[in-house]
Design a protein around this ligand. Structure first.
Ligand code: PGA
Length: 237
């Protein structure tokens, strides 16, 4: 079966009720042939679920706890995200690995918890600039895949850390090389997204690269017009 092209917006710690309402108002009523998913702050999931569903736009969280429930103040369970209407959750984003010291083992446990709750985890991997400059990018990313991706229906996002929010993107050749390596590791069924400064102006060439099944979009996903332009580039490929 062909892999579904998927454009995921990662709102990070941006947004408000008013922003979410403006965003939804900027979406077309018709569902796109490309799968669109908004990964919103946990506090906006309940608000967005009934607004996005009729437009055919999916919804995801940005993190979940590895345990199903328990005494973990401030954390969000995968089951709650699912209960509120999410079907996806990002795990192992480099900002969480950096800000919260998340290890591959923890990321894997979160992905397992997501699967157990019926969510599709979007598992992020990617090397730092120092790792790329030292020639270790492929080995680093391969190790992250080995240690943070459980078996099951998952999505993998390759996001070179140095390309996130910096306006720098990996070259199309670097993306294609990394995604070819990843395809060999994850198999033919698993969707592979690229993330890191994807914008309307560079989306077409990135999405045309072999083994790129879509994009994980940060900054440009906060504006529906920019995000939809990226989706349009995905449709045209
Ligand atoms: P960016 O973020 O598009 O703003 O670079 C991507 C991400 O962190 O998922």
């Amino acid at each position: 079966m062909a892999r579904q092209t998927t454009i995921v917006g990662n709102w990070k710690m941006y947004g408000s009720r008013a922003m979410a309402e403006r965003f939804v108002a900027g979406l077309p009523a018709e569902a796109s042939a490309v799968e669109l998913v908004v990964c919103a702050p946990a506090g906006l999931i309940a608000l967005l679920a009934p607004a996005l569903a009729p437009r055919g736009v999916g919804l995801g969280g940005q993190d979940c706890h590895p345990h199903a429930e328990g005494a973990h103040t401030g954390d969000t369970s995968a089951a709650l995200l699912a209960d509120l209407g999410a079907t996806y959750v990002i795990v192992g984003h480099s900002e969480r690995r950096r800000d919260h010291g998340e290890t591959d083992a923890l990321v894997r446990a979160k992905a397992v918890a997501a699967l157990a709750a019926g969510l599709t985890p979007i598992i992020c991997v990617g090397e730092t600039l120092a790792e790329r400059d030292s020639g270790a990018a492929t080995a680093v990313v391969a190790a992250q895949i080995a240690c943070s991706v459980p078996p099951g229906d998952v999505v993998v996002a390759y996001e070179p850390v140095w390309a996130i929010g910096t306006g720098r993107t990996a070259s199309v050749q670097d993306i294609a090389d990394m995604h070819a390596m990843l395809r060999g590791l994850v198999g033919a069924e698993t969707r592979l997204l690229y993330g890191g400064s994807v914008k309307p102006g560079n989306a077409a060439e990135i999405l045309a690269a072999a083994n790129v099944d879509g994009a994980l979009v940060g900054g440009a996903s906060l504006n529906p017009a920019e995000w939809l332009a990226i989706a349009a580039a995905a449709l045209a490929r």
